[in-house]
Ligand binder design. Structure first.
Ligand code: 7PJ
Length: 268
């Protein structure tokens, strides 16, 4: 029996996120959106206050906290799925956990000053995402010897770092970081070889939803026209062993995964 991956529903609380920017600034609409995603089948809600799209400006911890804290406080106790905080900053991790978050989703894989120690101190489940460079510059000229091997080496080092502070394998998820310092060929190689990341004995997360690689594969479709492409990519990630899939469009992705799971498990 295979189980369908868990859906992580994206809730961006930023004025400049590339797809739903500005829409959820209001706390109540963010809460409503999160509750809707849970009803539709999300098993985790991922809350982020720092856009990490290519070229995005840095956000201060004060601004990040101002964005995410009211939403976490309003959500905690009102949804029955874990809340993850999409941040690289230790202070944001700490405050978010005090308000009820239980997962750290860090696009910087706990490499920021103090982040590793904070995640350990909080007893957090962590998602370590691979990124080459930083969001300001990462898409300029991403370069790898062998993208799959290079990203695996990165996880080898980051998982060892987690173990050194007492974070156990069962608390770790890794994510190749589609679009984070990768060209189209890099992204496709990582998706086709996703199952290789199971070598580490940890869960795998894939985030492909509405990303520019989907737009490119569709002949430069803009972000509002990437739904079916995104669901297709989610299915391929499921087929290749993803345990968690991070998406904006929960209900549509859930339908695809339900069909996939039943077909996988059918025995003649
Ligand atoms: C990802 C993320 C991703 C993880 C963002 C967007 C850009 N966290 N945060 N994986 N992407 N773990 O929502 O497309 O791919 S921000």
């Amino acid at each position: 029996m295979v189980n369908q991956p868990i859906i992580m529903g994206v809730l961006n609380i930023t004025p400049d996120s590339f797809s739903d920017g500005g829409l959820f600034l209001d706390t109540m609409s963010a809460v409503t959106q999160a509750q809707l995603m849970v009803t539709e089948g999300a098993g985790i809600i991922d809350i982020g206050g720092e856009s990490s799209r290519p070229g995005a400006p840095e956000v201060s911890s004060d601004d990040e906290l101002r964005r995410v804290m009211p939403v976490i406080e309003a959500l905690y106790g009102n949804i029955d799925v874990p809340i993850s905080i999409d941040t690289s900053k230790p202070i944001v991790m700490k405050e978010a956990f005090a308000a009820g978050a239980s997962i750290v989703n860090d696009v910087n894989a706990l490499r920021s000053e103090g982040a590793l120690q904070m995640a350990a101190e909080l007893g957090a489940d962590v998602c370590l995402m691979h990124m080459q460079g930083n969001p300001r510059t990462m898409q300029a000229n991403p370069t790898y010897d062998n993208v799959v091997q290079d990203v695996k080496e990165f996880f080898h080092e980051r998982i060892a770092a987690c173990k050194s502070v007492g974070i156990q394998l069962s608390s770790i998820t890794i994510d190749p970081g589609f679009g984070f310092g990768k060209n189209l060929g890099h992204n496709i190689a990582l998706l086709k070889n996703l199952s290789e990341f199971h070598d580490f004995g940890v869960s795998i997360l894939a985030g492909l939803s509405r990303k520019s690689m989907i737009g490119v594969l569709l002949g430069d479709k803009d972000v509002d026209s990437r739904l079916i492409g995104s669901v297709t990519a989610a299915l391929i990630a499921a087929e290749n062993g993803a345990d968690i899939i991070r998406v904006h469009d929960v209900s549509e992705t859930k339908d695809a995964l339900r069909v996939w799971e039943q077909i996988q498990n059918f025995r003649e």
